[in-house]
Design a protein around this ligand. Structure first.
Ligand code: GTP
Length: 247
């Protein structure tokens, strides 16, 4: 799994991680159909160009488990509700992807066979090989794990070459760019630097899992039209988190 491929070449198989917030658009709650259409259109285009696309989607646009836990709800219960929210987003994405012409299968880490398939690694890989976009929902199926960790786990399992983390910021900064206007954006950064500086791009569990498995992560701004397609084409955008970067 070369970082060069992640930084430059077109990945053969990529895992796109979408936060639930990515689906909000200008809304405060729920799914903006226009945004879902745009995301799906770009992912479907990359799929047509030959990249195998797996998607892990969060649920924060519907229910934020951590926020509920911080207000006193039992953390595990809050996380399970968050996982259910990701299923709704997955179904919305499936609908949008299929309208954009990409056959799609939704696979859930929590069995709900009337709604979608159970996540089975070998079956997920088979779907990708058969030219289907696979949307993976319900996180890892366990509380206390974020969608970023679920995305990393699934990327490693299915042998993706890169994780493309779509967010609202254009990469990893050395400080919060919304609070410190002079914050510097990294083009490339090592896993240990992200961990030791406690940079907020991804949670530590996700970063260390990626590090152990040498899984490159690209953090990029999905609010810019065309960026999801650019990322899926392996164009250099945002920040590449990978093995140590020479000083
Ligand atoms: P192949 O067998 O590789 O051709 O894959 P396939 O997904 O086309 O075939 P399958 O007959 O397994 O599935 C047909 C349809 O049923 C697909 O849309 C699947 O997503 C769906 N499906 C398969 N298993 C389940 C399940 O457990 N629950 C639900 N709700 N749908 C399922």
């Amino acid at each position: 799994m070369s970082t060069e491929a992640a930084a430059g070449g077109v990945p053969r198989r990529a895992l796109l991680k979408l936060s639930g917030e990515a689906l909000l658009g200008e809304r405060k709650y729920g799914i903006d159909p226009e945004i879902a259409r745009r995301i799906a259109g770009e992912a479907a285009e990359a799929h047509r160009e030959g990249t195998q696309v797996a998607i892990v989607v969060g649920g924060g646009n519907i229910f934020r488990g951590l926020a509920a836990a911080s207000r006193g709800m039992d953390r595990a219960t809050a996380d399970y509700m968050g996982m259910l929210a990701t299923v709704m987003n997955g179904l919305a994405l499936q609908d949008a992807l299929e309208q954009a012409g990409a056959p799609t299968r939704v696979m859930s880490a929590i069995a709900m066979n009337e709604i979608c398939e159970p996540y089975i690694k070998r079956r997920a890989v088979r779907h990708l090989e058969k030219g289907r976009v696979v949307v993976m929902v319900a996180g890892t199926g366990n509380p206390y794990f974020t969608t970023d960790t679920a995305a990393t786990l699934r990327a490693v399992e299915i042998g993706a070459e890169v994780i493309l983390k779509a967010t609202r910021v254009d990469g990893v900064y050395d400080a919060d760019p919304e609070k410190q206007p002079d914050a510097r954006r990294y083009t490339r950064i090592g896993y240990t630097e992200v961990l030791s500086n406690r940079l907020q791009a991804l949670d530590a569990t996700a970063v260390s899992l990626a590090m152990d498995n040498r899984m490159p992560i690209v953090v990029f701004d999905m609010t810019v039209d065309g960026n999801i397609l650019r990322a899926l084409r392996g164009e250099v955008i945002g920040t590449l988190i990978s093995d140590e970067v020479p000083a």
